[in-house]
Design a protein around this ligand. Structure first.
Ligand code: ADP
Length: 229
């Protein structure tokens, strides 16, 4: 699904690259943890995949297409096929849970009928059917993140990109959220999670890509958070 060939991303002219010479491949349906210390380049790698950033050099292919050659229409289509999940949830505080999830479909022009069908199904999927009319401020952190996940999956994405999705929730909720990502991945959606939650990574034994100073230093099936784990 994703292939990077010697992808480098520089921000300043003189500074170290945020992502340096990364080559890797991720197949459809894979569940991948992206680990590494703060500043290692994890968020930048996710932004490159979302085409929010462009590589300074190297090639990034999505479903065999060179993303640098996307025209505007293809770029929008690419982003519609990706569900994003953020550490700080990024929910709209003035909208209910239902409206937050519905909004993801409204902005891509889906019909009211589709919204009425898909939003409740997404809320059932994340275990929040009973909270449809609650506002984000009335929910726990774990529940807010489940809304974030419902908003990502309601578009039936091919790929979920999650940046520190458990960074603001406690351990029990982190486990639940990871279980939810696993369930989503078993349904065929590719899932890539950038995280510092070493205990979750160690417990789940998925593929681990480790970055250090922008470089890919480890790519391990059923890996742990660190080399030794
Ligand atoms: P991580 O997600 O692993 O913490 P990031 O991808 O956020 O790492 O950052 C990697 C490096 O790139 C850091 O040194 C960061 O300061 C730099 N960086 C990231 N985004 C930008 C940007 N938009 N402009 C300038 N530097 C950036």
């Amino acid at each position: 699904m994703i292939e990077m060939r010697k992808v480098t991303k520089n921000f300043g002219v003189n500074g170290e690259p945020a992502v340096a010479d990364v080559s890797m491949q991720i197949e459809s349906g894979e569940f991948v943890f992206l680990v590494g210390p703060s500043g290692a380049g994890k968020s930048t790698l996710l932004k490159l995949i979302f085409c929010e950033q462009q590589p300074s050099s190297g090639r990034l292919y999505f479903l065999g297409r060179d993303t640098a050659r996307f025209r505007t229409g293809e770029l929008l289509k690419h982003r519609r096929r990706i569900g994003m999940v953020f550490q700080d949830f990024r929910l709209l505080k003035q909208k209910t849970v239902f409206e937050n999830v519905a909004f993801a479909l409204e902005v891509i022009g889906r019909s009211a009928r589709e919204i009425r069908m898909k939003v409740p199904a997404a809320l059932v999927e994340v275990g929040l059917a009973g909270k449809a009319s609650a506002f984000p401020g009335e929910l726990s952190g774990g529940e807010q993140q489940r809304v974030g996940i419902a908003r990502a999956i309601v578009k039936d994405p091919l790929l979920i990109l999650a940046d520190e999705p458990t960074g603001n929730v406690d351990r029990d909720n982190s486990r639940q959220l990871m279980g939810l990502f696993e369930k989503i991945s078993l349904g065929g959606t590719t899932v890539i999670i950038a995280t510092h939650a070493w205990d979750m990574v160690d417990r789940m034994r998925k593929r681990v890509l480790a970055l250090e100073k922008g470089r890919l230093v480890r790519d391990e099936q059923r890996g742990g958070y660190s080399d030794e784990s």
